[in-house]
Write a protein that binds this ligand. Sequence first.
Ligand SMILES: C[S@@+](CC[C@H](N)C(=O)[O-])C[C@H]1O[C@@H](n2cnc3c(N)ncnc32)[C@H](O)[C@@H]1O
Length: 318
Amino acid sequence: MKWKKFTLTTTTEAVDLVSSMFDDIGIEGIEIEDNIPLTEKETKGMFIDILPELPPDEGVAKVSFYLDDDADVEEMLRKVNEGLDELELFTDLGARSIAASETEDKDWINNWKQYFKPFTVDNILIKPTWETIPEEHKDKLLVQIDPGTAFGTGMHETTQLCIRQLEKHVHSEAKILDVGTGSGILGITALKLGAKEVWGTDLDENAITAVGENLEANGISNECFHVLQGNIIDDPAVKDWAGYGKYDIAVANILADVIILLVNEIPAHLKKGGYFITSGIINMKEEAVKAAFAANDELEVIEITYQGDWVSVTARKK
Ligand SMILES: C[S@@+](CC[C@H](N)C(=O)[O-])C[C@H]1O[C@@H](n2cnc3c(N)ncnc32)[C@H](O)[C@@H]1O
């Protein structure tokens, strides 16, 4: 499908106002190019899988929007200019120029792909499905991933913390419960490490599609990786689907507040001696998560590991 792309060059300070004006006049799906790095406060506790390196900020920002072939371009540009006239009364819009171009595809959904390159975690090579295997990593255990719009390239510290724990505890025959599976990266890595079966859940419907595609990319049968959209914490159907007392390992890389709730849910699904590998815990929540484990009689914390600002807690069912 052909799209007309319109790019407004303006100032960094005007971006929020311009974006909300675009929204008011019915423009959906804008794209912002602004070289302001997120502050530590803004990113603290947020899962951001890929943060690109940015050139220096010069106070200039671009806001783009797309119109399809059926759109009344003249009318929309009239509304945009009217909106900009109003905004100009109380903010500096800078150059305020609008450049038009034509594109086959509005590809903002895929722009992040340029920052996702093959990398290794110990002896595992994690590679975007569209890249080739680097010569120097031909001997590594290969995991191919396209997260699509789900979470999980493997680049995030928390995913890597979980992968390192999986390396320690996965054995052949292991059954794995992957809560918050996202792209399926942890379950797929476990299967590549020799696990027998994975059962994955996620609230995000995009995860279900992503897992299917990633299984195919890795040549893994979907009989080894079962996946369901839903919440194991409060949905009895999801609990029953996952089954009880059958897992050697449960892994969950989700925000600390969710891990705290999972601490009371997961033991029912683990075998005696089974491991619960967690991450997604920002360091300021470490104590709260440890307290939740300590209050649970069935689990015993056996290891805590760190990467950057993130924490991973591994426990064993007594
Ligand atoms: C940080 S991502 C982890 C994805 C992948 N496992 C990884 O390690 O890269 C967390 C995922 O958990 C999902 N999620 C959040 N709360 C959940 C819950 N209660 N049950 C299942 N999934 C949940 C989110 O939709 C998201 O896909």
